[in-house]
Design a protein around this ligand. Structure first.
Ligand SMILES: Cc1cc2nc3c(=O)[nH]c(=O)nc-3n(C[C@H](O)[C@H](O)[C@H](O)COP(=O)(O)OP(=O)(O)OC[C@H]3O[C@@H](n4cnc5c(N)ncnc54)[C@H](O)[C@@H]3O)c2cc1C
Length: 596
């Protein structure tokens, strides 16, 4: 399928519109080139990185740089860098495939992501010509490594509250930067730090700071719980002399760089954890096949089958969300003239439209990873708790993903905050849709009939989940109005509804598209996965909607809303236990994850 055939779809509109199958990108739509990129990246990690995990964990000096340079030799570092500056200038889908396939080992994924993503992309999108030609060829070739320095001791989530100051020298040639940045990935060996400081203590600004500039140094390594093979240090700026030409973008516009780049970073993080999820699941399947208790392999026990089936279902779902989203982003970017001087700005504008989807993926997939490593460790029993087995490291490595690139709490607030902001500005028809639904629910319409076709019930349930969001958000907005931003618990629950809708729908659309193309036989197992996922999710979302309604309405009004909710959520339960058993049986036969 050519990407040009996907229609540009407005970000966030999935909550109010039906999506047609032609407009959904899935891993099955990869071109031959995409498949080759996937294979190259996977082979690189398997052959070059995995054999050296022990050395990386022991912080062998020079090894991360060596691996990054090797990755550069086969073009893995320059995916996001235009060809004119020595990169590959790959499309968004290819860059996402790279992020995903290099994600198997958390430490390397972090090192790689910080360099190619948040370290390099600010220069790609905001750099002036002279900055691009000076830095990008070096970054694409791995000669130089990049880092991104935003966080400070007093300003983490509240990043704009930075204390680091920049003062222009009297001759206007240099800025003197003073301050300390915390937790900077790649700090041990980075040559370039995208650093944020306030000019005159007020104007939040981005700078390209070279390690060798006078006054720049780094602190000792942090002793971390996980991703120990990556470097995390403070960046210390003591009268650091940064040439005035190294201001990135405009003075006072650093927030645009910081947040747009983090948006990219979040999406890529969500993509990269998928490889980790798949790896850990495969290890758990193999272990469960080999480990015998009570005279048989533990994979034959229902309790273990339940876990493995859920893990596999979550992988299918995580992948579906990632590739659906990059399909949307890529379609939006297809229309941009890459040779125009406005190309970078338009690219960012296109990406900004999908800020909700990017945060959804960051939160959903980091939590899927945590779920999967936790279940995998449980399957290993006491051995999972031992450093002798890789699952112990994976468990520790996974945890950071809910904290960096914006904590999941902040991303949840951002999801609903962005949606409501667009709704208030009239850019997204949420308010009208919600009012229609509230009016409709007063007239007690009969529940829609299912037509009996494959996954028709689940289609209706996804539509019901959207109604739950519209109902709950409509009632909440009516109650809190301009105080809505203060209602964090409600906003976070609403985000869970958004995440649930996107996850359910992405999985459903992928399966339906597959069935349409290859027939139901090839997609039978995945259809079962979709049934299990959607029915279980709907119950969870119904509970969250109930919590919001109970907090935002009372008496007869609450009773009316709850009656509407019961109608949306009405569904004959499917036998999810049998379906999980069937999925687990196939995993056992394949000896690995086999849903995609
Ligand atoms: C291994 C590692 C690598 C990192 N790499 C980098 C890097 O390369 N570059 C960089 O700049 N930073 C990096 N970071 C920093 C990371 O991005 C921050 O730790 C993160 O943004 C959270 O900031 P904080 O730790 O100060 O937590 P805080 O902001 O203090 O948050 C503490 C808790 O309060 C919650 N909270 C905060 N504000 C709110 C609010 N308004 N509403 C509700 N809850 C709230 C948070 O969700 C969290 O649960 C890294 C961190 C680690 C641990």
């Amino acid at each position: 399928m050519s990407q040009e055939t996907i229609t540009r779809i407005q970000g966030g509109s999935f909550l109010i519109k039906e999506v047609s199958l032609e407009d959904v990108f899935t891993p099955e739509d990869f071109t031959e080139e995409h498949r080759m990129i996937a294979e190259t990246a996977e082979q690189f990690v398997a052959n070059e990185v995995v054999p050296r995990i022990e050395e990386l964990e022991a912080k062998k000096e020079g090894l991360n740089e060596e691996l990054l340079r090797k990755a550069a030799e086969i073009g893995l570092l320059g995916a996001g860098v235009p060809q004119a500056y020595g990169g590959e200038g790959l499309d968004q889908i290819s860059s996402t495939i790279l992020a995903e396939k290099t994600g198997r080992y958390g430490s390397f994924a972090t090192t790689f992501g910080a360099h190619t993503g948040i370290g390099t992309l600010p220069i790609v999108y905001f750099g002036r010509e002279q900055q691009k030609s000076k830095y990008l060829p070096k970054l694409a070739s791995g000669e130089w490594i990049a880092a991104y320095a935003l966080t400070e001791a007093e300003s983490g989530s509240d990043a704009l509250n930075a204390r680091t100051k920049a003062a222009l020298s009297p001759d206007g040639q240099h800025y003197l930067l003073n301050g300390t940045k915390m937790f900077i990935t790649n700090a041990a060996f980075a040559h370039v730090f995208i650093t944020f400081a306030k000019v005159d203590g007020e104007k939040f600004t981005a700078f390209v700071v070279e390690r060798d500039f006078p006054g720049v140094s780094v602190g000792p390594e942090e002793h971390k719980m996980g991703i120990r093979g990556s470097s995390t240090r403070t960046l210390i700026l003591e009268n650091a002399r940064v040439p005035a030409e190294n201001v990135l973008g405009e003075v006072g516009n650093g927030h645009k760089i910081a947040f747009n780049v983090l948006n990219f970073g979040r999406f890529k993080l969500g993509a990269s954890v998928v490889a980790g999820v798949r790896y850990v699941t495969n290890e758990a399947i193999r272990y469960a096949q080999g480990r015998r208790q009570f005279g048989k392999p533990i994979i034959e026990f229902g309790a273990i089958q339940h876990k493995l089936a859920e893990m596999a279902i979550q992988i299918l779902c995580a992948e579906s969300m990632v590739y659906r989203t990059v399909g949307l982003i890529d379609a939006a970017m297809c229309s941009i003239d890459k040779t125009s001087p406005q190309a970078a700005v338009e690219t960012l504008k296109a990406l900004e439209d999908y800020v909700v989807e990017c945060s959804v993926i960051k939160v959903a997939n980091s939590e899927i990873l945590d779920f999967v490593v936790d279940e995998a460790l449980q399957i290993y029993g006491g051995y999972g708790y031992s450093e002798d087995y890789p699952v112990e490291r994976c468990y520790r490595d996974a945890r950071i993903n809910r904290i960096f690139e914006g904590t999941n709490e902040i991303n949840r607030l951002l999801i609903t905050g962005q949606l409501l902001k667009r709704a208030m500005k009239g850019q997204l028809g949420l308010i009208a849709a919600s009012q229609r639904l509230l009016a409709e629910s007063l007239s007690f319409p009969a529940p829609a009939e299912d037509n009996g076709s494959l996954l028709s019930v689940e289609r209706r349930l996804v539509a019901s989940a959207k109604k739950m969001f519209l109902l709950a958000s409509g009632v909440a907005v009516q109650k809190y109005r301009d105080k809505m931003a203060e209602q964090q618990e409600v906003l976070s629950l609403l985000s869970d509804l958004v995440i649930g809708v996107y996850a359910m729908e992405s999985l459903l659309l992928r399966v339906l598209k597959g069935v349409g193309r290859d027939g139901p036989a090839r997609w039978g197992l995945q259809a079962k996965a979709a049934e299990v996922f959607i029915h279980s999710q709907l119950t969870a979302l119904e509970d969250k909607t109930r919590q919001i309604l109970a907090a935002t309405s009372e008496g007869d009004e609450l009773r009316t809303h709850l009656a509407a909710l019961r109608r949306f959520a009405k569904a004959m339960p499917v036998d999810v236990i049998r379906r999980r058993q069937e999925i687990a049986q196939k995993l056992n036969e394949a000896g690995k994850y086999c849903l995609s």
